[in-house]
Design a protein around this ligand. Structure first.
Ligand SMILES: Nc1ncnc2c1ncn2[C@@H]1O[C@H](COP(=O)(O)OP(=O)(O)O)[C@@H](O)[C@H]1O
Ligand SMILES: [Mg+2]
Length: 282
C-alpha cells in the first residue's frame, strides 16, 4: 500500500535549509495499521504531508496504492487526494467546516452517489463513529472528542484505501481516546483501509499492528507485539537501510560513551560494536 525509499525532504526558508527527512524508508501493507512515533521535529508531519500528496519530496521514492507520487500531474494529484487517501490534520478542526452540521460535513466530503444516498452513507458512518445522536449538530456544539470523531468521519467519507491521521488523540483524555480508537479501528477493519497515524499516545500503540519510530528524519526502529512461547512480548527491532546504516538507540550509545569511531567485530552470528579505545587516530 505504501512504499517510501530514501525519502528526503528539505524546507527552504529564507537562507535557511531544514532537512526534515533524510533517507526515510517505510512500507505499509494493505489493511495494515501503523503508528509513527518520534520526538517533536523528527519529521512525522512532513512524512504525512508527503503521503497525503500535499508536499513533494525533495528526493526519494514514494508510492501509495500504485501511484508514484513524484509523477502525478496536477489533476491526478487532486484526484489522489480526494479518492485514495483521507487525511486528518494535526489540528483536526482544519478538516471541519464550522457552518455545516456533522452530517452535512461528511456528506460534503463524499464524492459519489445521489444526495439521498450520500446523506444515508454519511449518517451511517457517523453512527459507526459514535455520533449517531449528533448528526444535526454544528462543530461548535460538539465536545472535543466528538469533533475528533467528525474529522475522522470526513476523512473516511470516500472509503480511502489509506487513512492518514496526525496525532488523532492528542487533545483527548485517556478514556475518550480509547473509545475513539476502538470505534476508528472497527471502521478501518470494516472498510479494509490501511492507516498511518502519528502519535505520542502509548495507548494508541496498543491498537495498531506496529509502531515505527522516526529519529532525525529516518525510521530508526520498530516495535510490535509478538507471541513468543505462548507469551505476548513487545519486540523492538532496529531498522537497517539498503546501505547498511542503522541508528543505535541513544541510551546504548550514552551508556557505552560511544562517539565518532567505533570498532565492529563480526562473530559467527552477530556483529558487536565496541568503543575504539586506545586506537591511534589517523
Ligand atoms: N513549512 C516549514 N518550513 C520550514 N521548516 C519546516 C516546515 N515544516 C516543518 N519544518 C521543520 O522540519 C522539521 C520536521 O518538522 P515536522 O515534520 O513538523 O516534525 P514533527 O511532526 O515530527 O514534529 C522540523 O525541524 C521543523 O522545524
Ligand atoms: Mg507534527
Amino acid at each position: 500500500m505504501v512504499r517510501c525509499e530514501g525519502l528526503v525532504h528539505i524546507y527552504k526558508a529564507e537562507r535557511l535549509e531544514v532537512v526534515a527527512l533524510q533517507g526515510l524508508d517505510l512500507e505499509v501493507a494493505p489493511g495494515e495499521m501503523v503508528a509513527i512515533a518520534g520526538r517533536s521535529g523528527s519529521g512525522k508531519t512532513t512524512l504525512m504531508n508527503i503521503l497525503a500528496g500535499m508536499e513533494r519530496p525533495t528526493a526519494g521514492v514514494v508510492r501509495v496504492a500504485d501511484h508514484d507520487l513524484n509523477r502525478l500531474g496536477q489533476s491526478e494529484r487532486e484526484r489522489y487526494r480526494r479518492e485514495t487517501v483521507g487525511y486528518v490534520l494535526q489540528h483536526a478542526m482544519g478538516n471541519v467546516a464550522p457552518y455545516l452540521t456533522a452530517v452535512e460535513n461528511v456528506q460534503a466530503a463524499t464524492l459519489t452517489g445521489p444526495p439521498r444516498y450520500r446523506a444515508r452513507m454519511a449518517a451511517q458512518l457517523l453512527d459507526q463513529l459514535g455520533l449517531g445522536q449528533r448528526l444535526s449538530r454544528r462543530p461548535s456544539d460538539l465536545a472535543g472528542h466528538e469533533n475528533q470523531r467528525l474529522a475522522l468521519a470526513i476523512a473516511l467519507a470516500n472509503r480511502p484505501r489509506l487513512l492518514l491521521a496526525d496525532e488523532p488523540t492528542a487533545e483527548l483524555d485517556t478514556a475518550a481516546a480509547g473509545q475513539v480508537l476502538t470505534d476508528l479501528t472497527a471502521v478501518l477493519r470494516e472498510q479494509g483501509a490501511a492507516a498511518v497515524m502519528v502519535t505520542h499516545d502509548p495507548q494508541l500503540e496498543t491498537y495498531v499492528d506496529r509502531v515505527v519510530m522516526i529519529r532525525d528524519g529516518r525510521t530508526s526502529s520498530e516495535r510490535r507485539w509478538v507471541e513468543r512461547q505462548g507469551e505476548l512480548v513487545n519486540d523492538e527491532l532496529a531498522i537497517m537501510d539498503r546501505a547498511g546504516r542503522i541508528q543505535l538507540p541513544r541510551a546504548y550509545v550514552e551508556r557505552l560513551g560511544l562517539t565518532g569511531r567505533v570498532r565492529l567485530h563480526l562473530d559467527d552470528d552477530r556483529i558487536s560494536i565496541l568503543r575504539a579505545e586506545g586506537d591511534v587516530s589517523d
